[in-house]
Design a protein around this ligand. Structure first.
Ligand SMILES: Cc1cc2nc3c(=O)[nH]c(=O)nc-3n(C[C@H](O)[C@H](O)[C@H](O)COP(=O)(O)OP(=O)(O)OC[C@H]3O[C@@H](n4cnc5c(N)ncnc54)[C@H](O)[C@@H]3O)c2cc1C
Length: 418
């Protein structure tokens, strides 16, 4: 099965028919009774898993089952930041793999993901911040990841609108910068992966909710869905904020909490912010989308919830923090606000693992920062499912680290810094 390629020639050809004859980007098949692999969850991570299973491991008899529409979960709700400047070696390796895949993914998928490596700045407002950022920059460099410390004057040079005066409440003492970090268009990531997976024979099935698991002894044999029973000897669960719900259906308890995480966008403005700015201390981050809207995000709501909205106090805090950094934003109008349900783990690191049930695999715990990991997560999870053992990149992220104590504490790199 092949899809026609997107190119300047197909664009020109379709212009003659007023763009009415473009083929569908992916099929909408009814589920078959049996597959080799079922992926539960049609977000970026689930679609990437299916894509790399087909591309790298020649497993093409796959169904991706999505209860709503693809990318309708956190994939289509995030603030699109990509970077790899995590502290520990294990995290740096997997996030850097993902960033490298992102760098070639538009070409690989023949789909413009609008990857824009405009740099990601983390501001330091006190000596402790500077010390912590320097530690992370040094650690990144030892892992071969581009990372540097900027002086306040260099920060001002990159972001002239930023208030770096010493009499501000949170003076800017410097920043870390990953120049290869930036943003990518989140919907396009889901759509590009779905199209490319479909072209390799993967059935992407929307409006199909998984309601239970079928087992024979300790082996998984399939799933019960709103479209009936579908069998497969291997099932990968990639449902982000609903990981605990799905795990409970299989009789497992995960060390995952589900929290709302909000973001909002402003009215469109002329381009003035050409990088991504984060401040852990003031607790906000801002970038400007290609449409001109400011994309603003902050930390999670403190309570557990499955409602895809958050509380107004967080919105107030986000706006107060952004005005602290950019006083001129006080005249901005905010246009849209939304929430997603993020799956946080005790050490702020993901779980990419086999489970105690044979044939059942789990990919979750990406919390507030999994968009940047989409291709790397899919790539390693596909390996794990295909070989029934983890790749060395995701071995440290197994479930058993919560019993062995080999935690990978990334709260510093993952807190407000998505
Ligand atoms: C406001 C916000 C801002 C964020 N900003 C960033 C950022 O800037 N950078 C970054 O790296 N990360 C960010 N993240 C985190 C990132 O969005 C997620 O970690 C990532 O998108 C998770 O991808 P996923 O494919 O695992 O999950 P999802 O996209 O949520 O996909 C899971 C899918 O599973 C489906 N599902 C659930 N239950 C079932 C079921 N029973 N049957 C079938 N399907 C089911 C859901 O409908 C959903 O589509 C942000 C998140 C939010 C909410």
């Amino acid at each position: 099965m092949t899809r026609s390629r997107y190119s300047i020639y197909s664009l020109t050809r379709n212009a003659f028919s007023y763009h009415r004859n473009w083929p569908k980007a992916w099929r909408s098949p009814e589920p078959k009774p049996v597959y080799d692999v079922i992926i539960v969850g049609g977000g970026g991570h689930g679609l990437a898993t299916a894509y790399y299973l087909a591309k790298e491991h020649n497993v093409t008899n796959i169904a991706v089952l999505e209860k709503g529409w693809i990318g309708g979960g956190n994939t289509g709700r995030n603030t699109t930041i990509i970077r790899s400047n995590y502290l520990w070696d294990e995290s740096a390796a997997i996030y850097e793999k993902s960033l490298q895949l992102f760098e070639g993914l538009s070409r690989d998928l023949n789909f413009n993901l609008m990857v824009s490596q405009r740099g990601v700045l983390n501001l330091a407002h006190n000596q402790h911040d500077l010390h912590e950022l320097s530690r992370r920059v040094n650690s990144n460099r030892l892992n071969g990841i581009d990372s540097e410390i900027l002086s306040p004057a260099q920060v001002k040079d990159m972001v002239p609108i930023l208030n770096v005066t010493s009499n501000s409440r949170y003076p800017v003492l410097g920043a870390s910068l990953q120049r290869r970090g930036g943003v990518a268009r989140h919907d396009a990531v889901a759509w590009g992966l779905a199209r490319a997976a479909d072209a390799r024979g993967v059935d992407v099935i929307q409006n199909c909710e998984v309601k239970g698991f079928l087992r024979e002894g300790n082996c998984i044999t399939g799933v019960e869905t709103t479209k009936g029973i579908i069998k497969a000897p291997k099932v990968g669960v990639v449902v982000a904020g609903h990981a605990g719900v799905l795990a409970a259906m299989a009789g497992l308890r995960l060390p995952i909490e589900s929290h709302p995480l909000q973001a909002l966008v402003s009215e469109p403005l002329k381009p003035f912010l050409h990088t991504v700015i984060m401040s852990g201390s003031v607790h906000v981050y801002v970038s400007q989308s290609d449409k001109g809207e400011l994309v603003v995000g902050a930390g999670i709501d403190a309570y557990n919830s499955y409602a895809q909205r958050g509380s107004i106090s967080i919105v107030e805090d986000m706006l107060a923090a952004s005005i602290e950094l950019f006083p001129v934003f006080s005249r901005l109008r905010m246009m849209r606000q939304w929430g997603g349900i993020v799956d946080t783990s005790p050490d702020a690191s993901p779980i990419l693992s086999k489970t105690p049930i044979d044939g059942l695999y789990i990919n979750c715990g990406w919390g507030t920062g999994g968009f940047k990991a989409t291709p790397g997560s899919g790539w390693t999870f596909a390996y794990t499912i295909a070989h029934d053992r983890p790749h060395k990149l995701n071995e440290p992220f197994s479930l058993d680290r919560f019993t062995t104590g080999a935690l990978i504490d990334e709260h510093g790199a993952a807190a407000v810094s998505h």
